[in-house]
Design a protein around this ligand. Structure first.
Ligand SMILES: Nc1ncnc2c1ncn2[C@@H]1O[C@H](COP(=O)(O)OP(=O)(O)OP(=O)(O)O)[C@@H](O)[C@H]1O
Ligand SMILES: [Mg+2]
Length: 279
């Protein structure tokens, strides 16, 4: 518990709910998000293990993006609680949650297409430090920022492209860079919402390698429709359907789950393997 972050607005988990807080970086309790009469997220309780490679799957409209919005702080939950690193972050804004290490991948608009890959990364490091550029030169600080930026670019396999303008990057490379910019925030948990959407098979392969090679201490939660990517990246899978958590377990458990089969295929019981064959 010593490593927990503190925040003015937050409070610690109660003793009854704190069980496993050390192992679980994210704990959702009865999380609900309503849009009028529709419960897009319906009393979801879920735990994500520290260092885990977690996937969230479910049919279109299941509430996956809505769940991410409530976890990242883009939307305020109608009911329920988000605990991050043992602390209730339900009252924090998206920026506040990012500051304590809970980050959602940026959208394309966060890249400056007229700037180089390196300059985009430098800007992200400067922003994460929260110290605006001063009018007078500070070579030591500049060097430190460049070194950090180069490290993040290297982590996402874009060292060869550091001088390229972002506008000249392929779709897949831009998404890799977005992950690099997220690393500048020094996250402990990154939420990826359909990161491989619109990617070619080769780009998807490259991107999967990047996510796989992220440092083990960074927990990832991926919403993904490409089930090959899910079964490759995830060591635990949660399944949403119509806002409710219908399954949660290892890839093998989820693959064998009848409720999951029904949600995806609309029919129970079949000899056909769901989501292809076990690797
Ligand atoms: N801003 C909104 N206002 C009203 N309803 C919304 C809003 N955003 C989402 N919804 C509804 O909430 C439900 C869950 O949507 P959500 O986008 O979270 O699903 P999803 O699982 O991410 O789907 P997909 O796989 O298509 O991305 C859907 O019925 C959707 O129409
Ligand atoms: Mg979605």
């Amino acid at each position: 518990m010593e490593t927990q972050v503190r925040h003015r607005k937050g409070h610690r988990m109660t003793s009854t709910s704190a069980a496993g807080a050390g192992d679980d970086i994210l704990v959702l309790e009865e999380l609900t998000l309503r849009y009028g009469a529709l419960a897009a997220v319906d009393h979801v309780s879920l735990r994500v293990r520290r260092g885990g490679r977690h996937a969230l799957i479910g049919p279109n409209g299941a509430g996956k993006s809505s769940l991410f919005s409530v976890v990242a702080g883009t939307q305020r939950a109608t009911e329920g609680t988000v605990f991050f690193d043992g602390q209730d972050v339900s009252g924090l804004t998206e920026v506040g949650r990012a500051r304590v290490g809970l980050v959602r991948t940026f959208q394309h608009s966060s890249l400056f297409l007229g700037m180089s890959v390196l300059d985009n990364a430098r800007l992200a490091v400067e922003r994460a430090e929260g110290s605006p550029k001063r009018p007078w030169p500070n070579p030591r600080r500049d060097r430190r920022i460049t070194e950090a930026a180069l490290r993040h670019i290297g982590s996402v396999g874009l060292t060869d492209r550091k001088e390229a303008l972002c506008g000249a990057l392929s779709h897949g490379e831009r998404r890799q860079l977005e992950v690099g910019l997220v690393l500048a925030c020094n996250p402990s948990l990154v939420l990826f919402d359909e990161p491989t959407a619109g990617m070619s098979a080769a780009e998807t392969e490259r991107f999967s390698e990047v996510v796989e090679s992220l440092p083990a201490e960074i927990t990832t939660v991926v919403v993904e429709h490409d089930l090959d990517v899910v079964f490759r990246l995830a060591d635990r899978i949660s399944v949403l359907s119509a806002g409710r958590l219908i399954a949660d377990g290892t890839p093998e458990e989820v693959r064998a789950d009848e409720a999951v089969r029904e949600a995806y295929l609309g029919k129970p019981r079949s000899e056909e393997p769901l989501f292809g064959t076990v690797a």
